[in-house]
Ligand binder design. Sequence first.
Ligand SMILES: NC(=O)c1ccc[n+]([C@@H]2O[C@H](COP(=O)([O-])OP(=O)(O)OC[C@H]3O[C@@H](n4cnc5c(N)ncnc54)[C@H](OP(=O)(O)O)[C@@H]3O)[C@@H](O)[C@H]2O)c1
Length: 353
Amino acid sequence: MSDKLRVAVLGATGIVGQRFVARLSRHPWFELEGVYASDEKTGLRYREAVKWIIDEHPDDSIMERYLQRINIDQIARERYDLVFSALPSNVANSIEVELAKRGVKIVSNASPLRLEQDIPLINPEVNGDHIKLLHAQTKRGWKGWIAKVPNCSTAILTLALKPLHQAYGISRVIVVTMQAVSGAGLKGVPSPLIIDNIIPYIKGEEEKIVQESRKILGSFNGQAIMPASFDVLEFTTRVPVIDGHTEAVFIELKKSPRSKEDVIKLLEEYHDNKIATLRLPSAPNRPVVVRREVDRPQPRLDRMAGNGMSVTVGRLSVNGKMVKMIVLGHNTIRGAAGNGVLIGELAYKLNLL
Ligand SMILES: NC(=O)c1ccc[n+]([C@@H]2O[C@H](COP(=O)([O-])OP(=O)(O)OC[C@H]3O[C@@H](n4cnc5c(N)ncnc54)[C@H](OP(=O)(O)O)[C@@H]3O)[C@@H](O)[C@H]2O)c1
């Protein structure tokens, strides 16, 4: 019998679910014991049911597991130490809330509840301390808890913004995202709509970047979060890239940096002391990588930086209080499953599991 923590993945056959399965396979602390999908796939072996499309592969033993139907009683009875949810937003909320009431601890990628006062929205190296909000959820009468992974573009953006916000204060952010098709899930964007094309609108995405960035970069007094007050102007677009969201970002600071080199040093050396001390297996050595070549970052070359957990900044320039840069990150790793696993590792180290 393994002494690892027993975990499960809901929505294990989707794009984010596949990333979870790959990253939990051979994880030093977690043992993936349960894989769940929709009723249509129940009873099939994972190997038979999954249309594998990502570039990482799990152990064969996981491929032989049988997919289970999502049944609240059964999942609660299993007493998993932690459940990772990659369910679509329209089905996730009721399932996750019922599970939390029954004592299940959940790290969820779905958007409902992300902005609730007592729900931590965590990008560990940016706001790992917000995880303490989980304690407030006992007031809901829940025996378990729900921690949320931020929206993919927002997770990537806030990791690059945090060092600047900490050092100089941010008064305004203008961002245009160029988001990969994997961000829309397996059934997401039909190929005739996106090949040879750019779609200048993604439903619901712009509001998420504005509200979630302010919550993640907000200050936490141990009880509640006071959202950051900077303005955000944004466009979100879908582009014909498989993985990796690229973002053109203009940042107006409250104080002027002394030089471009100071900003580069700040970004390259950024780390969160607490996260670094905990030595979490999924935490990259450098959360922010800076490229000095004029033609970087590029999705194909840079999305796997830090095993997909680092964001890459390039084209950086500083003009008075204005900083502009291109930021790139892996949407299903830093923007979804990789971040989810990192939150799970943080929860374990803080004795929340
Ligand atoms: N893709 C990204 O980059 C990204 C980034 C951040 C957050 N997210 C969020 O992560 C979640 C998953 O996204 P995704 O892109 O992985 O979606 P996806 O590829 O469409 O996968 C959805 C998964 O949920 C399962 N599912 C669907 N309906 C279900 C139901 N009624 N009951 C039980 N299981 C059901 C599917 O199982 P079947 O195979 O049986 O249909 C599949 O495993 C979403 O909430 C999304 O907004 C995604």
